[in-house]
Every structure is written in structure tokens, then in C-alpha cells.
Design a protein around this ligand. Structure first.
Ligand code: HEC
Length: 445
């Protein structure tokens, strides 16, 4: 509340984070998986003397550096940029709780990037065994950054015992930590496998037979996909019951995204099993890119679901998506939020709360409590949602936001605020003939 609210027309701030984050997660998972693939495969190729694999790895690492270091670093900074603009309060909570976690993660990230570049530049210049050791440093530090960030990401959905103890370790090794780590690891190895197929099709100077051998080597890394379903079940067992209900039908968008995600990963898994492992099919460039896109959709959908089912919270049972801390809700209910939202008062044209007109107060209340999830008429736009609603329906919705739609926080504030927000919402669609209020509570859907 004490920070300005970033208004993103049409998309909404949450969508900006989602777009950057989905790209980043896919690249980051791929980079981690690719590091493990390179270390394991190089070691094996040296051991069993497989020059083809060594030659391929050299090309592979070049693509890895181009794609993942550049795009991964850019989108990683993009995430920080967007989360601190959209949810400064939650970002601040995370930094305060996990500052050493993050510091450690950055050390591993630095190691990963440095080792990655050294790995690339010392190819053929170092004795093979020593070179493989650098590959392992790269792989382990990349994986460690996942091990750490996973604790902070899962914390937001299932802070668990932290809610009482506020202890770093309780927050870090929270109820979804382990299933999520397994899921992310599976995602890493599968994305790496698919990228091996794309890379070998892109690289020049391989015969069809050589490509096929490399593809079979990469294909093995899709085997962990078989664990996707049991690990997802494990994950959902650990998730709060309300969040589980959102996936299983209460929020239809979440259910659909979840089904897309499951279907897409199952398709990739089935293709890997029947096409690659049973029939040893050759995979050409188009097919491998198609597989990559399906995997991207799967990863994106699952991330979307993970973020979506956390609603109405940004940190479960600690802070709502609109930055109101559950601990403050009693106070805010009495005093209204505007006294605590100076930037929002400025944003609607006032200098102090006392100075605002009722219309300005209505708008300010919308900005403070709803704007994080609702744009005006873009993504999840409030105008189309309440089009043609009479005043008493809007009022009824506001009084029951959290009861009727669990994924929305309740409205906080005294009667006067509720009235002003109702008026403001009503005014949004004015000129488009709202039916006269007939005094009855009408259906609001
Ligand atoms: C945590 C995010 C979030 C916040 C905060 C939030 N909403 Fe929503 N709201 C949603 C979502 C998601 C939907 C579902 C939209 C859909 O069904 O397409 C929704 C739907 C609605 C609907 C339509 C409900 C129905 O029964 O059809 C109304 C009205 C609404 N919101 C008003 C508000 C108001 C007013 C506020 C601020 C006081 C608010 N919301 C705050 C996420 C939020």
C-alpha cells in the first residue's frame, strides 16, 4: 500500500510478470538441464571414447551460451524489474526473509556463468578430463541456483510453518519444496533433451546417421517425464485445499490451463516413449521445434497455474495479491485503505485523503484494492465484467467478493468506502444504459 501502483493498460501488471516469467522459467530450466546433460555426456564420451558426442557438445554449448546466457540473463533482470514494480510490498517481504538465500543464489549464478564461459573457451584447449571438471562445476552451480530459487518460489504458495515461526528454514523447506524440485528437475531434463534435438538439426556438418545417434542420446533425458504425473499429484497433495479447489473446477481458467499443461507434457512424454525409445524414430528440425513449442506451452501453463492458484494471496495467508497483509485487515476494515495509500491519493489527483471528492475516492479505492488484478477494459477488465450490472448487484458483489469468488480478497473498508467504490464502478459503464435498480438482489454473473 505504501508504494505507488504500476498501472499497465490492457495487460495489467500481473500479465507482464507472467509473460516475462514464463519465458525466463523455460530458458532457465533448459539451461540447468543442458548443463547436466553436457557434464554427464562429456564424461561418458571421454570414458567410452565417443568423438561424435564430443563434437556435438561443442556445438551445443555454443547455442546454450547464446540462448540461455543472453536471454536468460535479460529475462531474469526483467523479472526483478516487473515484480518490484507490480508488487513492491511482496518483493520487499521476500528480500527481507531470504536475503541470504538470494545472495547465495547469486554466487551460484555467477559461478555458473563464469564456468559456462570457461567451459566454452577451453574446449580442445584443456586436457579432456580437466575440461569435464569445469563442465561439472557449471552443471552443479546451475542446479544449485534452482535448488535455492525453488525454496523462495514455493514459499509464496505454501509458507507453512513460517507463518508462525518466521524462520528462514521453515519458509525455505516449505510443504511444496520437494515435489516442486522434482517437477522442475523433470522439466529441466526434458527441455534439455528437446533442445539437443533442435540443436543437432540446426548444426551443420552431421550426417543423418550421426544426427540420429545424438538424438537417441538426448532422448534418454526425456525418460524422467514418466515421473511427471506422480510428482504433480504429490505437489497437489501439499497445496492448500482452497488452491486445489481452484484447479479442480472452481476457477475454470485455472482448470483449463492445468489440463493444457498436463495434456501437453503427456503428449511430449508419449512421443518420447513411442517415437524415440520404442521405434527409434528420426526427429527432424520441424518436429523438434514443434516438440519444443509443446514443451513451452506445458511449462507456461504449469507456471500459470502455480501462480493462479495462489489467489487471492501473493504470499499465502500472509499477504493478499493487492498487498494488504492479512494481519492488517481488521485495522484497514475500520479505517479504510486510503489513509495508508498516499501514492494512490496522488494518482487520482489529490494531495491528501481529506481533499478527495467522493468520485476520486472511488477511483482511488479501485486502484488500491482491485487494479493489481483488474484492468479497466483489457485483460480481466472490470468494465466488461460488470457491464449492465445494476447498482445493487455491484454492491452485493463488493460485500461478498471473497465469499463468492474465493480467488478475490475481501473488500476492506467502512461502509462509506464501499458506497464510493460502488458508485465509481457504476460510473464506468455509464452512458451504456444500465437497467434501473429494482431493489432486489439480482444475479451477478
Ligand atoms: C487477486 C486478484 C483479484 C483482485 C485483487 C480482485 N479481483 Fe475481481 N476478479 C478476479 C478474477 C480472476 C476474476 C474472474 C474473472 C472472470 O471470471 O473472467 C474476478 C472477477 C470479478 C468480478 C465478476 C464476478 C462475477 O461474479 O462475475 C467482479 C465484479 C470483480 N472481480 C470485482 C472486483 C473488485 C471491485 C475488486 C477490488 C475491490 C476486485 N475484483 C479485486 C481477481 C481479482
Amino acid at each position: 500500500m505504501q508504494y505507488p501502483i504500476w498501472e499497465v493498460p490492457m495487460l495489467g501488471g500481473g500479465m507482464v510478470i507472467a509473460i516475462i516469467a514464463i519465458i525466463h522459467v523455460t530458458i532457465a530450466h533448459f539451461a540447468v538441464g543442458a548443463g547436466l546433460f553436457a557434464a554427464v555426456t562429456e564424461t561418458k564420451a571421454i570414458w567410452y571414447n565417443q568423438p561424435l558426442l564430443l563434437r556435438f557438445l561443442r556445438d551445443f554449448i555454443r547455442y546454450l551460451i547464446l540462448v540461455s546466457f543472453v536471454l536468460g540473463a535479460l529475462t531474469g533482470v526483467g523479472i526483478w524489474f516487473s515484480i518490484s514494480l507490480v508488487s513492491p510490498e511482496a518483493t520487499s517481504t521476500l528480500i527481507h526473509q531470504f536475503v541470504w538465500g538470494w545472495a547465495t543464489e547469486w554466487v551460484f549464478f555467477f559461478l555458473e556463468i563464469t564456468a559456462g564461459y570457461i567451459y566454452y573457451y577451453t574446449w580442445d584447449r584443456l586436457e579432456p578430463r580437466k575440461h569435464a571438471i569445469i563442465g561439472w562445476i557449471y552443471a552443479v552451480s546451475a542446479y544449485m541456483s534452482l535448488v535455492i530459487i525453488n525454496g523462495i518460489l514455493t514459499f509464496m504458495l505454501t509458507p507453512g510453518a513460517w507463518l508462525e515461526t518466521f524462520s528462514f528454514w521453515d519458509g525455505f523447506f516449505n510443504p511444496t519444496y520437494w515435489p516442486s524440485l522434482v517437477l522442475r528437475t523433470i522439466s529441466c531434463t526434458s527441455l534439455a533433451a528437446i533442445f539437443v534435438m533442435v540443436a543437432v538439426n540446426f548444426a551443420r556438418g552431421y550426417t543423418r546417421e550421426e544426427r540420429h545417434q545424438v538424438i537417441m542420446e538426448g532422448g534418454k533425458w526425456m525418460v524422467p517425464l514418466a515421473l511427471m504425473l506422480p510428482a504433480s499429484i504429490w505437489f497437489f497433495i501439499q497445496v492448500p485445499q482452497e488452491a486445489r479447489l481452484l484447479v479442480s473446477g472452481q476457477a475454470i481458467a485455472m482448470t483449463l490451463f492445468f489440463l493444457f499443461g498436463v495434456a501437453a507434457s503427456t503428449l511430449v512424454g508419449l512421443y518420447a516413449y513411442f517415437g524415440l525409445i520404442l521405434r527409434q524414430r528420426y526427429i527432424n528440425l520441424e518436429t523438434s521445434i514443434l516438440l519444443g513449442m509443446i514443451a513451452f506451452i506445458a511449462t507456461g501453463s504449469m507456471e500459470f497455474v502455480r501462480e493462479g492458484i495462489r489467489k487471492p494471496f501473493i504470499i499465502y495467508e500472509y499477504m493478499y495479491s493487492n498487498a494488504i497483509r492479512t494481519a492488517d485487515s481488521g485495522l484497514l476494515n475500520q479505517e479504510g485503505v486510503l489513509a495508508w495509500a498516499p501514492w494512490t491519493v496522488l494518482a487520482v489527483g489529490g494531495t491528501s485523503e481529506a481533499e478527495l471528492t467522493p468520485e476520486q475516492r472511488g477511483e482511488a479505492l479501485f486502484r488500491a484494492q482491485c487494479l493489481r488484478c483488474h484492468t479497466l477494459d483489457g485483460f480481466n477488465g472490470i468494465k466488461p465484467l460488470i457491464k449492465r450490472w445494476p447498482e445493487n448487484s455491484i454492491r452485493h458483489a463488493l460485500e461478498n467478493l471473497h465469499v463468492e469468488q474465493y480467488y478475490m480478497p475481501p473488500f476492506f473498508g467502512p461502509e462509506k468506502d464501499l458506497e464510493e467504490l460502488t458508485r465509481y464502478l457504476l460510473s464506468l459503464n455509464q452512458g451504456e444504459a444500465a437497467p434501473q435498480s429494482n431493489g432486489k438482489i439480482t444475479a451477478n454473473g
